[in-house]
Structure formats: structure tokens, C-alpha cells
Design a protein around this ligand. Structure first.
Ligand code: ADP
Length: 165
């Protein structure tokens, strides 16, 4: 029997994208036929980068990666997933705090839209990496070059002149 084509959506704020996100994308990409990295336009209150900047950075980083699409979206993730005819939502899990939050989110999304969420566990080297922490450390001049892609580090350096390198 021929297996059905599966399209997954990986939604997030990606403000900015980190090596942890890229690890989830790389591993998720191997599980599905197509993966849409979807940058939420309304998810966070006080973003460091505009949705356009975030999409542009991710585009550059993932250029030439087969079966991966980068887009931004407004409003409810499940509504966007329905419009894009996605079969599943992909999310990453780093800690028990993530599990608690993601568990509720996944249950709600299944209750309201019948969509499944599939989780990828963070890799050991990036389990501690979060966009919020990167924004904070970079704003104080800390070197985050080994936990974000080079393009992101360059943009952070421009944003926070204090950053070394
Ligand atoms: P959101 O604001 O929707 O949580 P994020 O951009 O912070 O958006 O995260 C998007 C997804 O990526 C979430 O499922 C989050 O748990 C996951 N994620 C973030 N950082 C990592 C990481 N270092 N390793 C694995 N998953 C991660």
C-alpha cells in the first residue's frame, strides 16, 4: 500500500532561530515528506526581529534544503495548518516545563481542530538553548556564536554593538 504524503508544520516565534530549532527541523525533515517552518507573526509581545527579518534569516539558512518551506502566518496555528493542509504539527521538547506547556497546547489543538502534534526531543547539546535566553545574553554582550547560525550571530552583532567577534 502506498503511504500517504505527510506535510508537517513547525510553528514558532523563531526570534531568532537557534541551532536547537535547526536540529528539530533537520530531524523533522526526515520524518515527513514536506516541512513548513512557520513564523508566527503575533506570538510574542516585544520581538527583537520583525517577522520579515526572521523569515529572511531562516530562508537564507535553509536555502537549498530539500522539502522545507519557510513562511509566516497570522492568528491561530491550527487555522493556518488547516489552510496549508498540514497533517501534523511538529514541536520540540527541551524540559519538563516544555512538556507541561506543550501537553496542554497539543491537547487543545487536537480538541479544537483534530490535528496531531508530533514531538522531537532536543539534542543533548542544545537542550538548554532558547531564543529568549539568546536575546538576553546577546543584549548583554555575551558570545552566543556556538548556539546560533552565523547569519543570526551577524544580525545580533549589528543589533547589539557591544557583541564581540
Ligand atoms: P514558541 O514561542 O511558539 O514556543 P519558539 O520559537 O520559542 O516558539 O519555539 C518553537 C518550538 O521549538 C517549540 O516547540 C520549542 O519547544 C522548540 N524549541 C525551541 N528551542 C529548542 C531547542 N533548543 N531544542 C528543541 N526544541 C526547541
Amino acid at each position: 500500500m502506498k503511504r500517504k504524503f505527510t506535510r508537517a508544520v513547525f510553528p514558532g516565534s523563531f526570534d531568532p532561530i537557534t541551532n536547537g530549532h535547526l536540529d528539530v527541523i533537520e530531524r523533522g525533515r526526515l520524518l515527513f515528506d514536506e516541512l513548513i517552518v512557520a513564523v508566527g507573526r503575533s506570538a510574542i509581545k516585544d520581538p527583537l526581529f520583525t517577522p520579515e527579518e526572521r523569515v529572511e534569516m531562516i530562508h537564507k539558512i535553509l536555502a537549498g534544503t530539500p522539502r522545507v518551506i519557510v513562511e509566516s502566518f497570522d492568528g491561530l496555528t491550527v487555522e493556518y495548518a488547516r489552510k496549508r493542509r498540514a497533517d501534523v504539527i511538529l514541536r520540540g521538547l527541551r524540559s519538563l516545563t516544555d512538556v507541561q506547556y506543550e501537553f496542554k497546547l497539543a491537547m487543545t489543538n487536537r480538541a479544537v481542530a483534530g490535528i496531531e502534534t508530533i514531538f522531537v526531543m532536543a539534542s543533548a547539546e542544545y537542550g538548554f538553548t532558547s531564543s529568549a535566553l539568546i536575546r538576553e545574553v546577546a543584549s548583554l554582550g555575551g558570545d552566543v556564536s556556538n548556539i546560533v547560525p552565523a547569519i543570526v550571530y551577524d544580525r545580533l552583532k549589528k543589533r547589539f554593538k557591544k557583541l564581540k567577534g
